[in-house]
Design a protein around this ligand. Structure first.
Ligand code: MN
Length: 211
């Protein structure tokens, strides 16, 4: 028993020492014209990097030391640590789910079937996601998530929220913070949300569906 507890303790204090900024899976100009190179470099290289740096300042010596970002999102009380961990988790999911328009592939059978079943069709689903994104006041996220009963649901979160905190599985996330669209679309963020669908990597999104 002692050995088990000790090894758990060692594991939990040595697992994670530094949080790192994930490398983009495509060049920074690759999502143009939907997301400009300038927006992508700013969003990934400044905003996402800042959330990672903040975690590296706040976590050492805290009760969350050694935990995965996903564990911090589940466990941390509302506040700066939760906000930054949430944003690190969110932006990792966000940037991984895109692909250059030239490489775009239509959604596969599993994700298509799931979306058709729960939303009545892909166009109806996109419309609901976009309406949810437009209805976020201030900073937040819209998620397609699988709830604890296996239903696909659209979830709105303020700040750096992720439905993962409440036991749901995030499948697809739309960043509604101004830093994600303002430089390219100024006062017409609807165009940003509408065109984001042209760069969705449905293979990645489908792979997040629990089996
Ligand atoms: Mn963002």
């Amino acid at each position: 028993m002692f050995i088990t507890l000790l090894s758990i303790l060692i594991m939990s204090t040595t697992r994670i020492t530094t949080y790192t900024l994930p490398v983009l899976p495509y060049p920074s100009h690759a999502l143009e014209p939907v997301i400009s190179k300038a927006t992508l470099e700013n969003h990934h290289g400044k905003h996402f990097a800042a959330y990672v740096n903040n975690l590296n300042k706040m976590i050492p010596g805290s009760e969350y030391e050694g935990l995965l970002v996903e564990e911090i999102v589940q466990q941390a009380a509302d506040g700066p640590i939760y906000n930054n961990a949430g944003q690190v988790m969110n932006h990792k999911l966000y940037f991984e789910q895109f692909i250059p328009t030239a490489q775009y592939k239509v959604p596969g059978r599993r994700i298509t079937h799931a979306i058709n079943y729960h939303f009545g069709g892909m166009e109806a689903f996109k419309k609901q996601m976009n309406e949810a994104a437009m209805s976020i006041f201030g900073s937040g996220w819209v998620w397609l998530a699988m709830d604890t009963e296996g239903r696909l649901v659209i979830v709105k979160e303020s700040g750096g929220g992720n439905p993962w905190r409440r036991g749901m599985t995030p499948i697809l996330g739309i960043d509604c913070w101004e830093h994600s669209w303002y430089l390219d679309y100024a006062f017409d963020k609807k165009v940003h949300f509408d065109t984001l669908w042209e760069i969705m990597n449905w293979d990645v999104i489908e792979s997040r569906l629990p089996l």
